[in-house]
Write a protein that binds this ligand. Sequence first.
Ligand code: SAM
Length: 203
Amino acid sequence: MKKNKISKNWINKQKRDIYVRKSKIEGYRSRAVYKLQEINDKFKIIKNGMSIVDLGAAPGSWSQFVSRSFKNTKIVSIDLKEIEEIENTFQIKGDFNDELQQKKIIDYFGNKIDVVLSDMAVNTTGNKNVDSLVTGELSIEALNFSVNTLKKKGSFVSKIFMGSSFNEIVEIAKKNFKEAHIFKPPASRKDSKENFIICRNLR
Ligand SMILES: C[S@@+](CC[C@H](N)C(=O)[O-])C[C@H]1O[C@@H](n2cnc3c(N)ncnc32)[C@H](O)[C@@H]1O
């Protein structure tokens, strides 16, 4: 399919999408917020007063949701792109794969993180296999970071795609966490291979 035909289809899809409309009404920067809300409704991972890391946070709807809905939370949001300011949030513009950026997060929380959220995904190259492979590598990096920095009862949530590194991620998750669930929230588009892994309680 030609590039401008793809973007026309995308624009039409966005117009019809109830989650897009709802996010505009509620003042969220992205429809992605409803994926996190649905995950949290089911698994109850985020609570008041927690220390939360939001990886791949731009434009910022996940951090907005945490900041608005839970009192006294501390949030660190990181993205390659600039994120507009959000209350209670320390923002880092940088590459999560860079050790220096990871150190900034650890320095801020001192290894006492309650929840690591990752919605990181690469900008689409047009090749779905390449995209899912690189996004899989980002999930593995986020998972390893969580294992090293979460509190014992901490939780990890990450976007993962069916295919390429799916089995590897589930295997590492089960080895390190007592619970690992795969969940596709209703807000995740049906025609996408996107799923989420929700892990709780380190072994
Ligand atoms: C689907 S968007 C996240 C949407 C976000 N959860 C929200 O609710 O607004 C994925 C983000 O991952 C970011 N990303 C991709 N690779 C990254 C990396 N290596 N380090 C930090 N952010 C990254 C992209 O820049 C993009 O903004």
